[in-house]
Design a protein around this ligand. Structure first.
Ligand SMILES: Nc1nc2c(ncn2[C@@H]2O[C@H](COP(=O)(O)OP(=O)(O)OP(=O)(O)O)[C@@H](O)[C@H]2O)c(=O)[nH]1
Ligand SMILES: Nc1nc2c(ncn2[C@@H]2O[C@H](COP(=O)(O)OP(=O)(O)OP(=O)(O)O)[C@@H](O)[C@H]2O)c(=O)[nH]1
Ligand SMILES: [Mg+2]
Ligand SMILES: [Mg+2]
Lengths: 282, 292
């Protein structure tokens, strides 16, 4: 951008490359570039130094339309427990994120309960038990191979009985194309909704920031199956930009509520569109 | 067989004679789009397209297919050749045990891959040992033990002590005593920009001198594949890639990106959570998958 006297095709090609690198995807890039071109024409602002502010503006506005509040929802005492269902494909950081979230809610003075409803993967229950211990919260678990829906069911009963403020349910990683696994997670949600209308209040899909265009397919299918309330974007402490969430917000209007920035219990932040957009071009 | 939107674009390009530069340019614009949608890194896509352009120019058009289809054929052949170009066998040591180290980002599928490889080698009549060298992740050792048991192999681990390098060294003596001829070292997930953790891998490598280092990479990785693979290569000089979670609908363009930037072949693909879901890499199948 520096040293350019006007906005020309070469510059726009470079802008395209910068955008592509962030994983927003080729369709989103075309859309953004078209809007930038329109804006340059309208404002007859053939000034290269206007490009980056235009880009940031353009992307920020994707997050600002129909904007939901960022961060975890505060539990409302009238609809206790506040139930959060964590879902997503394999290895994205669901179990770790639950540990972080439990810690945060606990420090805010909430009574927190975790449910180990990943009864499939080796040592999944043990892993969540360690996080429960670190966050100093209780956990409901059965044994490996148990029906995840029954773990969810029992955890809700326990949450009611123990007057828990927040119940967070861990589920097994699953690829969105596996019909039987998507049916399984739909059943977990149904079982909860049958117990109390309106729960789970949050259904969060955990998405790895290194994920490319498949993120859209993940969001689409998990949303169709479960009606997602938000996305947690993890591993932003790496070099991946996580730009796929721009396309997801644009196409499906699912907001990012939190981001994971490391493997420790405090490495969770509320999503800040300003910071995120700045980091895209960082 | 390439289907879908690429075909419809190419149906428009009919005619005989030589492939014109215009035919090729138009077709390649669509191919570039398909590659980017498939998560191929934008620079890698550009280089690949340039290569294909050179190959395609001046080719005679055959009467039975459209020029566009012909360009696709050149693309497919070139992609298959690139992906399959380098030798893809695991480096086995003439003197056992063969030492294989698994490295990669958090959550890419290393521990599961260690179990799969253990089972794979056991099926080939080898005596494998799985080493649980991840001392950080909660219940990592439990996970490795359970997978080793399913694979029917022993699992070396140390619950006290804090240096993965020592664990790996001890594991080798143990493996030799047990008459193992393949030892699989599962390491903790880490960021390529975490110098301390990358240094840990370098220390393990220097100490045990593995015959094979496999980068375990998630098949749905986007543009970051180039950074990640490039950095792991710079620190470690790995031997091959094991691409995971290809049982989903990710196109897997990261395969081409990582191969282009490191020159290292994809040796295995993981296509499911179960231990039997491991295959040798097939470049032609990957080429079709990337092209959508
Ligand atoms: N660097 C980094 N690593 C993370 C982050 N969140 C999770 N991880 C790591 O990612 C790996 C996978 O995390 P898990 O919590 O087991 O992921 P999961 O989604 O529960 O995995 P499955 O249950 O197997 O599907 C672990 O090594 C975590 O420490 C993050 O924000 N940054
Ligand atoms: N569907 C599918 N899931 C896979 C595949 N390979 C691994 N997984 C799953 O991916 C998740 C992460 O696998 P792990 O083996 O724990 O990954 P890891 O690289 O060891 O993770 P860290 O040690 O935390 O870095 C688990 O849920 C695995 O079951 C695969 O090929 N397909
Ligand atoms: Mg988990
Ligand atoms: Mg592991």
């Amino acid at each position: 951008i520096i040293g350019r006297s006007k906005i020309d095709d070469d510059l726009m090609d470079e802008v395209e490359d910068i955008l592509l690198q962030t994983d927003v995807g080729v369709n989103m890039v075309s859309k953004i570039i078209d809007n930038i071109r329109d804006r340059i024409d309208k404002e007859s602002a053939n000034a290269p130094e206007r490009i980056v502010p235009f880009l940031k503006d353009e992307i920020r506005s994707v997050f600002m339309t129909e904007r939901a509040p960022a961060g975890p929802l505060p539990p409302s005492s009238s609809t206790r427990p506040h139930v959060i269902l964590m879902v997503g494909v394999n290895g994205t950081g669901k179990t770790t994120t639950i540990g972080k979230l439990a810690y945060r809610y606990k420090n805010q003075g909430n009574k927190v309960l975790l449910a180990a409803a990943d009864t499939f993967r080796a040592a999944a229950i043990e892993q969540l038990e360690i996080w429960a211990d670190r966050a100093d919260v209780d956990i409901v678990s059965h044994q490996m191979g148990a029906d995840p829906a029954s773990v969810a069911f029992d955890s809700f009963k326990a949450a009611r009985a123990r007057e828990v403020d927040v119940l967070i349910i861990d589920t097994a990683g699953r690829l969105q194309t596996k019909v039987n696994l998507m049916e399984e997670v739909k059943k977990i949600k149904r079982v909860l909704t049958k117990q109390q209308e309106g729960i789970p209040q949050e259904t969060l899909m955990v998405l790895d920031a290194t994920t490319g265009q498949n993120g859209i397919s993940q969001a689409k299918r998990f949303h169709e199956a479960l009606n997602l309330t938000g996305i947690v974007l993890t591993k932003l402490d790496g070099t991946a930009k996580g730009g796929i969430v721009v396309a997801i917000k644009d196409q499906l209007n699912i907001p990012v509520t939190m981001i994971g920035i490391g493997e420790n219990i405090e490495d969770l932040r509320d999503f800040d569109p300003e910071e995120f957009v700045d980091a895209l071009f960082g | 067989e390439l289907t879908g939107k690429l075909e419809t674009v190419f149906k428009k390009l009919r005619g005989y004679g030589k492939l014109s530069e215009k035919n090729i340019q138009d077709s390649l614009r669509e191919v570039r789009r398909a590659l980017l949608e498939a998560d191929v890194h934008y620079k890698v896509a550009r280089q690949f397209i340039a290569r294909v352009q050179e190959k395609a120019i001046g080719q005679d058009v055959f009467k039975s297919i459209t020029p566009g289809q012909q360009v696709i054929r050149v693309v497919y052949d070139e992609l298959t050749a690139l992906l399959g170009g380098t030798a893809r066998d695991v480096h086995f040591s003439p003197v056992p045990p063969t030492l294989i180290m698994l490295v990669g980002l958090q959550g890419s599928g290393k521990t599961t891959a260690a179990g799969k490889l253990a089972r794979y080698f056991r099926q080939k009549g080898r005596k494998a040992l799985l080493v649980a060298a991840d001392i950080y992740r909660p219940a990592a050792i439990d996970q490795a033990e359970i997978l080793a048991r399913s694979a029917g192999v022993p699992c070396f681990h140390r619950r006290e002590g804090t240096d993965p390098v020592d664990i790996c060294v001890e594991a080798i003596s143990f493996g030799q005593q047990e008459g193992c001829d393949v030892i699989l070292f599962d390491t903790a997930g880490r960021l390529h920009i975490d110098d301390e953790m990358m240094n840990e891998l370098v220390r393990i490598k220097k100490k045990i001198v593995p015959h094979e280092i496999l980068l375990v990479a998630d098949g749905m990785t986007g543009q970051d594949a180039v950074n990640m693979a490039g950095q792991f290569q710079a620190h470690l000089e790995f031997d091959g890639i094991l691409l995971t979670k290809l049982d989903g609908d990710a196109r897997g363009g990261a395969a081409l990106s990582m191969l282009s930037v490191t020159g290292k072949p994809i040796k295995f693909v993981s296509v499911g959570e179960k231990l039997d879901a491991l295959e040798r890499f097939h470049p032609d199948r990957m080429a079709s998958r990337i092209l959508g």
